[in-house]
Write a protein that binds this ligand. Structure first.
Ligand code: SF4
Length: 366
């Protein structure tokens, strides 16, 4: 097998880089302090090389996965008031909506017709929707279409539990029985209650987000973990976020994908009120954070790149900074595009980017 574990002349490197490289080579874990100091390394290509070493350990095959799915935002009605969100409408707003079965069904059929295998069903914290609405919708979807149902981030699950007055484990097991296949890790933002109090005070606490994921993993559901960075967090808080995910993964093994992506300025309260002077997160900072994610989160098998927030070229480069998955072709996306950011992606462009980076594109359905 062609394993491309990168070689590094550690004599030419700082003590920190040499130490991290030798730990990776011998399978040792990188500490919190080392992770924080890695953010001080200005030699980006060396960080990429360290991340690549971890990547090849997980994925000795020369492949990059991707999925064709559709992001269906079933409701934009939300009470969470996240300051970075340009998508939601408060209950009672004339622009609020909840999709009916016919509309959702039409979107699923279009997804299948385009070669899609999964739908990502996510929405706001809608106080009108109880567990029965979701159970009926999920049963109908799964009995009508042959599609993977990846749905409801932890904060939506907690909202359903509150609105329906039942426990989180009950919500998850009932939804699983109704056809839920896996849970997206959206809403993790940065798992620091200091950060969450500033950017998303109406959303789950860090412990609640992790608690829902733990319950889901215990009940046999696989989930992803996201990290939205480049707003009010410190690099130490990014590293803590990575370590919290790593610790839960040690316990449950239920995360299959770690997805770092950048906060995008545009149309949101956060950029106008909280961050008037903050620069847009650069490609350099994005690639550095992807690389450090791969190095730190050594037990989640896949790191996903983010063409949605970074564009095709930077996403392609991230394949040499620890990412081994290109994410979704995303037939429909409303939340990031509501900030004004939009990249047009086609299957041809995506697979060409993967191939020209030296990998074989492989479509996944999980
Ligand atoms: S990000 Fe989600 S939870 Fe937050 S306001 Fe927007 S729709 Fe609501």
């Amino acid at each position: 097998m062609d394993i491309q574990f990168p070689r590094l002349d550690t004599r030419a490197q700082s003590d920190l880089v040499a130490q991290v490289y030798s730990k990776i080579a011998s399978g040792q874990r990188i500490s919190r302090e080392e992770g924080i100091h890695l953010f001080d390394v200005e030699d980006l290509t060396t960080l990429g090389l360290l991340a690549d070493a971890v990547r090849w350990k997980h994925h000795p095959e020369k492949e990059v996965s991707y999925i064709i799915d559709r992001n269906i935002n079933y409701t934009n009605v939300c009470t969470a008031d996240c300051k970075f969100c340009a998508f939601y409408r408060r209950p009672g707003d004339a622009e609020g909506y909840t999709l009916d079965k016919e509309t959702i069904g039409k979107k699923i059929q279009e997804t299948l017709d385009l070669g899609g295998t999964r739908i990502l069903l996510q929405g706001g914290h809608n106080p009108e929707l109880k567990i029965e609405w979701y159970e009926e919708m999920f049963r109908w979807i799964k009995s009508t279409y042959s599609i993977i149902l990846h749905a409801l981030s932890p904060s939506e699950i907690i909202t359903i539990s509150k609105v329906s007055r039942i426990s989180v484990p009950e919500v998850i097991s009932r939804l699983k029985a109704a056809g839920l296949d896996s849970i997206p890790g959206g809403g993790a933002e940065i798992l620091s209650d200091r950060v969450r109090a500033i950017i998303a005070p109406g959303k789950t606490s860090s412990a609640e987000w992790l608690g829902v994921m733990e319950e889901a993993h215990k009940l046999g559901l696989k989930t992803t973990a996201t990290m939205m960075f480049g707003h009010v967090e410190t690099v130490a808080e990014r590293v803590d976020h990575m370590i919290l995910c790593r610790e839960l993964q040690d316990k449950t093994g239920g995360f299959y994908n770690f997805i770092p992506w950048t906060f995008h300025r545009g149309n949101t309260e956060l950029d106008f009120v909280l961050l008037p002077e903050r620069e847009k997160t650069s490609a350099f900072e994005y690639l550095k954070t992807v690389a450090i994610s791969r190095i730190m989160v050594d037990n989640i098998p896949t790191i996903q790149s983010s063409w949605v927030t970074q564009g095709l070229k930077v996403a392609q480069i991230s394949l040499r900074f620890g990412a081994n998955d290109f994410g979704s072709l995303m037939i429909e996306e409303n939340v990031v595009s509501a900030t004004g950011l939009q990249y047009n992606m086609t299957l041809k462009k995506m697979t060409k980017a993967i191939k020209t980076a030296g990998f074989t594109p492989v479509q996944r359905n999980w």
